[in-house]
Design a protein around this ligand. Structure first.
Ligand SMILES: [Fe+2]
Length: 252
């Protein structure tokens, strides 16, 4: 008998191994079969979908005109290592990228590295700097969209303990150019390049660690990458294929 009188919103697909992977490694990829044509249903098994900078719950990551010179999600440029939305209290716990069509040009990877491991590495590589991180809050600034006047500005510690887990914050754009979404003017001068401040040292060490250790993920068409944004640093490699199209979600 097929009709039992029970209505289910999506066919049941066990995602236990994906939850395990996410908690063990900090990221996982759901296959097209596991999504079962119900991306929202699959996401809700990992957390509550929350609004992003523009107030919407689904954000298109694809080339839009006007951002050609900026390290912005809707450009085709590379984006330096960062955690998402460090100005949020707390930032989204998980990030998801659902890939409709991946770049065919050899670029467009999402690189991932474990931020907690980076901080453990610092304990031996530069213990003084690790102490500074514990003692010193850092200013994070976010313009919702490059060039727009509205900014969110907060002072937060790089590592903030919470009941659920520690929240790690890192932003190449912030450390270098003073804004998570820098304008063309902001990009003229790096505040890291010729500085010997602890924050500049932290930025340089973080970038070097990311370059050496990141896992580059090219999300296959139809699949969805989910990662722990309180733990992982991510970045995007430059691409040239204008047909690349993903949707980004934030989960609480
Ligand atoms: Fe990002």
């Amino acid at each position: 008998m097929s009709d039992q009188g029970i209505v289910v919103s999506r066919p049941y697909v066990a995602l236990d191994h994906r939850h395990e992977e996410l908690s063990a490694r900090g990221w996982t990829v759901l296959s097209a079969d596991e999504l079962s044509d119900d991306v929202v249903g699959a996401l809700e098994e990992f957390g509550q979908i929350i609004p992003q900078f523009n107030g919407q719950t689904a954000f298109a990551i694809t080339r839009k005109p006007g951002y050609e010179d900026l390290p912005y999600s809707q450009s085709m440029n590379g984006i330096g290592p960062h955690t998402e939305a460090p100005v949020y209290g707390p930032p989204p716990r998980y990030l998801a990228l659902h890939c409709h069509r991946q770049a065919r040009c050899g670029g467009g990877h999402t690189g991932l590295v474990d931020g907690y491991e980076f901080l453990s590495f610092l304990e031996t590589a530069d213990p003084e700097l690790r102490e500074w991180i514990n003692d010193t809050p850092v200013e994070f600034v976010a313009t919702a969209k490059p060039g727009e006047p509205a900014q969110t500005r907060v002072k937060e510690f790089i590592l903030t303990p919470t009941e659920d887990a520690d929240v790690f914050r890192f932003s190449y754009n912030q450390f270098h150019y003073g804004d998570v979404n820098p304008s063309k003017e902001d990009l003229r001068q790096s505040q890291v390049a010729s500085s010997s401040s602890p924050l500049a040292r932290f930025a340089r060490l973080g970038e070097a660690y990311f370059v050496q250790r990141n896992t580059p993920v090219l999300i296959p068409d139809g699949c969805m990458l989910i990662w722990d944004n309180w733990r992982m640093i991510h970045a995007r490699s430059q691409y040239t294929d204008p047909a690349r199209h993903l949707t980004r979600y934030w989960l609480a």
